[in-house]
Ligand binder design. Structure first.
Ligand code: CO
Length: 171
């Protein structure tokens, strides 16, 4: 079911999400709701807190670009629970956006290569390694679990400009 997205500067986005201990129907419904919500907003990633649930759960679905046909398949969705970075290396800059900060995009510096350990919806442990756009998405979504949003990584000047524009837009 599609849920409402928590929009910046809602205080809930500052919450530190709690570890998942039960890999049950409640978790599966949460994951399914997150998928429906993300797809309805044409997003590529979503953390549970963005629909108001402070659990260490995130999903990512980077559409495959085969011959102009952008196909989003539910089975391609990475469902990541209780993620831990085992390593972060190098650095890169890429434009980011966020469903909780709609319409705002900016270049953000992140690690280039990450290795992450996580559990799937059944609690089975996996390790993922990436040095491409997925690495950036993992870092962006993981920040949400720590109560952080990407605009916090902007320079002071850019942040001030953003806050000013945002207030105008949402008041
Ligand atoms: Co986000």
């Amino acid at each position: 079911m599609i849920q409402d997205i928590v929009v910046y500067p809602d205080k809930r986005l500052k919450q530190i999400s709690k570890e998942v201990t039960q890999f049950d129907e409640t978790l599966h419904t949460l994951l399914d709701d997150m998928y429906d919500t993300m797809v309805s907003k044409k997003g590529v990633g979503l953390a549970a807190i963005q629909i108001g649930v402070a659990k260490r759960v995130l999903i990512i679905n980077l559409p495959e670009d085969d011959n102009d046909d952008v196909v989003i398949k539910k089975e391609d969705t990475l469902e990541i629970i209780n993620p831990i970075f085992l390593s972060k290396e190098g650095s890169c800059k890429h434009q980011e956006g966020c469903l909780s900060i709609p319409g705002f995009y900016e270049d953000i510096e992140r690690a280039k290569k990450v290795i992450m350990e996580y559990q799937d919806r059944d609690g089975v442990k996996h390790t993922i390694e990436n040095d491409d756009f997925l690495a950036i998405a993992l870092q962006h979504e993981h920040d949400h679990l720590e109560g952080k949003v990407f605009v916090e990584k902007l320079s002071i000047l850019k942040r001030k400009k953003f806050e000013k524009e945002w207030k105008k837009k949402y008041k």
